[in-house]
Design a protein around this ligand. Sequence first.
Ligand SMILES: *Cc1c(COP(=O)(O)O)cnc(C)c1O
Length: 315
Amino acid sequence: VPGGTETTGSDASGCRGTPIEMRMIMDDTLRSPMLDIDLSALRHNLGLVRAMAGDREVIASIKANAYGFGVVGISRALVAAGVRKLWTGNFDEAVALRAAGIDAEILLFGGAEPHQYEALLRHDLQPTIFDDAGASGLAAAAAAAGKAAPVWIKVDAGLGRLGVPVDEAFAFVRGVVATPGLALRGVYSHLPFGSADGRQWALDRQGAFQRLIARLAEAGVAVPVTQLWGSSGLLTGLPDDSNAVCVGHALYGLTPLEPGVGDDQSFRPLVRSLSAGIIRITEAGAGDGGTGGYGRIDNRLAATAAIGIGDGLRK
Ligand SMILES: *Cc1c(COP(=O)(O)O)cnc(C)c1O
């Protein structure tokens, strides 16, 4: 659903969906496809994640349009439920959240490019850095803006994708802390997995990140937030010395895990219904597309619904 998620749904206490979001949807589009999201399921899942996280702060991963469920509506519900940090990779979606009046802390996962730094600071977004170019570029943007830039440092603990290599991270973090104009908000890494083998891999890799956190603490380097695990690490109970987790899948009733790996039984799905208007009903056989087109139509009646690939519907 463009622009929002909550439509006609009632939450656990029987309240109707928020009128603001209903109006937004109607203003946004005259098309009929409608994804009805159960926000009480989101709150239920958040409660389970919080119970599993214990003392650790729950950060919500809202990347990719909140995993397709609609970033503004989902974020609004999460913030109303007490979530204070939202993490995304999408600059435009982060700006859309600000435009919607959401004032939570918003981290950008590493999608920040130098030409965006000025706008990032203007929208009060918190970029990720992992190299000297990022640190100095952001410090310069902060000086130009006349305010400190809140930054997060991403550490590569073995995924080999993004981040300062874990062996070089201690020196890099110290350098960032000593750089005028940069205000370190936290240090994080990412070791996602889906299989039992993957869990063992993450278990083998996590020690280096935990040692980094311990070393920083011993050296008296103030790191407000440390975070390593997402859904997979949390659901399989991997050890953690960090003070936060960043969870996406589990919040949305999805799982990154293969069956049998970890406990995700009691999470609830968010989608209550997907609907679209029927625009034509014909008797089968009226056309000769039975063997061409997208497959044989065996039904006596065929209904054409106004929904398709552009709405996320696959064959
Ligand atoms: C997506 C992401 C997460 C959340 O992972 P889930 O499996 O959805 O819980 C955490 N950290 C980083 C860096 C991510 O990109």
